[in-house]
Every structure is written in structure tokens, then in C-alpha cells.
Design a protein around this ligand. Sequence first.
Ligand SMILES: [Mg+2]
Length: 293
Amino acid sequence: MAIPQSTIALVYDYDQTLSPRYMQDDVLFPEFGINPESFWEKCNVLVKEKKWDGELAYLKCLLDYLAMDGVSNDRLQELGANLSFFPGLPEMFEEIEDLCLTDLHKAAGIKVEHYIVSSGLKALVDGSRLAKHFKKIYGCEFGEDENGVISFPKRAISHTTKTQFLFRINKGLLEYGEDVNDHMPEGVRPVPFQNMVYVGDGPTDVPCFTVMQKNGGHAIAVYNPEDDTNRSFDKCFQMCAHANRVKHIAPADYRRGSHLRLILEKMVREMADNILSKRQDEVDSGKVSAPQF
Ligand SMILES: [Mg+2]
């Protein structure tokens, strides 16, 4: 028996998508007096010369720098309070549902949920002003030793493993104890890909863009309009114009009336209308006896 598929999920990458700065540069390096150039250079040596995975390399370098200071996950979370975002955030997360959903949509149980899937540090985002708007935040995590000091990567999310979380949202299996590989017929998945939007900024989002595209979902690549080097725009343009990874690119400006907001709002309205008309079709064809709300 089908279930009411009435949730719209907006899924975001974090670094360069919701924030113009990498979260480490934004709040960690200044706090601990870490020189960003030498930090990233150390990571690059591990990745390029010693063939480490990029995420494990940066987690190791962070541990090397931070363990001395006895840093805990709680401390990371406190530092997250100072994270900065692109214009229009976090307001957009509050506004979009009311702006896009009519009383009819709401009466039908349609709602908008927000998710973050990041290769950055979950603890920092958990402590940020964004956190309360999210149904779930996925990111890399540290385990702590017996003294409560971060001591080892507990979870590393790479750009390829990020796609797992799209399926978790799709299947409603949000907790790590739930096996995302369990078979689940399309009709009982709480958030069909058609009701999902993925917003990312670059090549590390390509696996997620591809999953969205293959499964009928929606994707938007955003760029930093204040990047004078144009590198940010160029990578989006490449993905849209040449690699056919995304249909839409827009400046990362989340304020009302911006190009990005117009695209997001239009997508949410269309998805909400589609949910309603699909439900009506099901009722008309006798597939379901009554809407379940
Ligand atoms: Mg990013």
C-alpha cells in the first residue's frame, strides 16, 4: 500500500554553498592560531604524495593541530555559533514554506524539510545559527577519548559517500542504525526524488547531482558572485554548459527576489502542486480509498 508522499526535501552541501568560507577557515583556524596555508599544504601532501582520502587527510591534520589543545566536540559546537553564511540565511529556511505552500497544500499535509550533507565537521554546523532549521545534519565526526578530547575520526563523509544520504532521506532511514541498502519499493519511500532538490557548488557535488538527475530529482549549482577570480562561477558553468550535471546555476544569494530564491520557490511550488495532483489521480483511479491526512 502506498503511503502519502507529502514531504519536500531541500538538501544542501555546506562549504561554498551555504557559506562563502570553508568552516575551518571561518571559525577554527583563527581560534587556534592555525595558519591556513600550511594546514592545507599538509593536507595536500597527504593526498597527493601519500594518496590519502581527502576527508581523512583533513581530519588527521585537524587532530594533529587540535588534540594538543584538548578540544572536545562540545567546544567545536560552541565555535560553530560564529559561522557565517551567504546573504538571506538563515531567514530563507523559515520563509520558504509559508511563501510557497498554499492552505490547500498545507491541508494536504505537504511540508518542506531542510537537510545538510557536508564533508565538513558536523559539530560546527550543529552549533551554528542554521542548525535549528534542519531536520538532519550529516557531516564528518570525531570520537573522543576517555578525557573527552577528540581523538579519532568517527565518521568521514566523502563526496562519493554523500550520495548515501540522499537515499536515506528518500527512504526515511535517517538514523545510522538503519540500513539504507534495505530494499524499499518506490511507493513507500517517504520522499520520492521528484520531491527533492540538491543544492551544491562544485565538482565534489557531482555524485549527488548525478543521483538527482538519474532519479528524477532537481539540482542547482550555486557560485559565489563576489569571487573576483571567477573560479566559483567557472566550475558551475562547466557543470551546466559542458558536463550536463545540473540544469540550473545561480549566485549563492538566498534573499527574497534573488535568482536562486526564484528558482527554489518555483521548484517548491511545482513539487507541491504535483503532490496534490498525483494524490487526486490516485483518488480518482481508486488506488487509495481516501487521502491519509
Ligand atoms: Mg561545497
